[in-house]
Design a protein around this ligand. Sequence first.
Ligand code: SF4
Ligand code: SF4
Length: 290
Amino acid sequence: MIISVASGKGGTGKTTISVNMALALGAGVELLDCDVEEPNAHLFLKPVIERSERVETPIPLVDLEKCTFCRKCSAICRFNALAVVAQKVLVFPELCHSCGGCMAVCPGGAITEIGRELGMLNFGDSNGIRFINGRLRVGEAMSPPLIKRVRAARDLDLITIIDAPPGTSCPVIAAMNGADFILMVTEPTPFGLHDLKLAVEAVRLLGIPCGLVINRADIGDNKVFDYAERENLPILLTIPFDRRIAEAYSQGRNIVEVFPEWRERFVALFRDIEAIIIEEKDKAAACANL
Ligand code: SF4
Ligand code: SF4
């Protein structure tokens, strides 16, 4: 089971929800921090990092001795990552999406591949909770391939909680695509509502069931609640604005550790998600049998 925890905007408490749900469930769970530009789940989960590995993506390397300057490589590259200029083939590594198209069409076998570093994967454990994060190399612009590598390292026998990056662009889609459920964390403010609407549009395109956690639920206004009702989005948990929770957060402590009564609420959140996933799968199976 994969639960992706996302939010239209940053700072809504997405990592707090991911980490606290993982801690409430305990062993048998893994937390994947896919916010690779700014991973911070480790600050709260405090895993022991057991190993790290460098992640590379293949980019073309052109052997000018074999090149006939036919331009087939630059013609197929829709990302303009290759240019044939006079008697040279220029490669722009930052634009390359590693699709391999140029190598496939090169008639003279002039193109091979070399690795370009994307970042690092770190593997750890926190009291039986498996932990993986990706950390994008400073200066690297393309995060989806690294996010996919974090996801590919998941353990199929565990419940997977993904801490997705904020926003609604390609990195978020990479962290949400293929999940069984998307839990969206928002807050009842005009900015929260604006970004939530964009996030819901993206999730609906993916066709994945979703629900809401409303953080700092007693600030702002009722518009997020009204929107949720109109759009038939279940509100699975509300967290009040509480100075003690904010203080604990600022010290890197977790809600379920400081306020044990919250442990049950996060377990209940997971049970509700599980029930929705089962219901959706049953509906899909019934449709398939019609
Ligand atoms: S396709 Fe191959 S042979 Fe043609 S220009 Fe590109 S690298 Fe050279
Ligand atoms: S691998 Fe794909 S994206 Fe990269 S240069 Fe070749 S054709 Fe372009």
